[in-house]
Design a protein around this ligand. Structure first.
Ligand code: FES
Length: 190
């Protein structure tokens, strides 16, 4: 094998080897770039998901879903509406008593206007102290009018809408009053 032949063979194999090494290097570089892109996209995705969860939680704080809970409009079905003068229907979640007097329906907020205790109904309807607060002794008649004790006003009331047999009470619409007047009651026909 002459020197010329060895030189040619060396050039050919040397060129091939160098191209091969170049290709391997390129392949490695591209794999590393792919891995970097994957890691970057994964990090961005995780950040995006965390941001979306945080935004959803913040939105829930700003606009809580009050359906069926205190603060929303709650329905009382016809069979739950008491007879005139009967024991009021107590809606525990809605924090109100549905009172049926001779003028119609009243929704009385169970929270004592004095310092906020829950006022139990002790009855009967004709008693001057149909509602008695156990905390400091405030007394209220069947319509929620104050008859004694330290409370500064009658029991507060909630807005009522009657639609056919169904009664809706807006537990987010709580109104104070100086005294009971018949126009506060909403007519109801069973
Ligand atoms: S909280 Fe009811 S009387 Fe004080």
């Amino acid at each position: 094998m002459g020197p010329l032949f060895r030189t040619i063979v060396g050039l050919v194999f040397g060129g091939l080897a160098s191209r091969l090494l170049g290709l391997v290097g390129h392949f490695r570089a591209s794999r590393m770039a792919t891995r970097r892109t994957f890691v970057r996209n994964a990090a961005l995705g995780a950040t995006g998901i965390a941001g979306a969860i945080g935004a959803a939680g913040f939105g829930a704080l700003l606009w809580p879903n009050k359906t069926g809970a205190f603060g929303s409009v709650l329905t009382v079905t016809a069979d739950q509406v008491p007879e005139v003068g009967a024991e009021p229907f107590r809606h525990t979640a809605g924090r109100f008593y549905l009172v049926h007097n001779e003028d119609g329906l009243l929704a009385l907020y169970t929270k004592c206007p004095h310092l906020g205790c829950t006022v139990p109904y002790v009855g009967p309807a004709e008693a001057p102290n149909a509602f008695q607060c156990p905390c400091h002794g405030s007394l209220y008649d069947f319509n929620g009018d104050r008859t004694g004790g330290p409370a500064p006003r009658p029991m507060d009331r909630m807005a009522i809408t009657v639609d056919g047999d169904n009664v809706s009470v807006d537990t987010g619409d709580i109104q104070t009053r100086a005294a009971y007047t018949p126009d506060q009651a909403v007519a109801f026909q069973a």
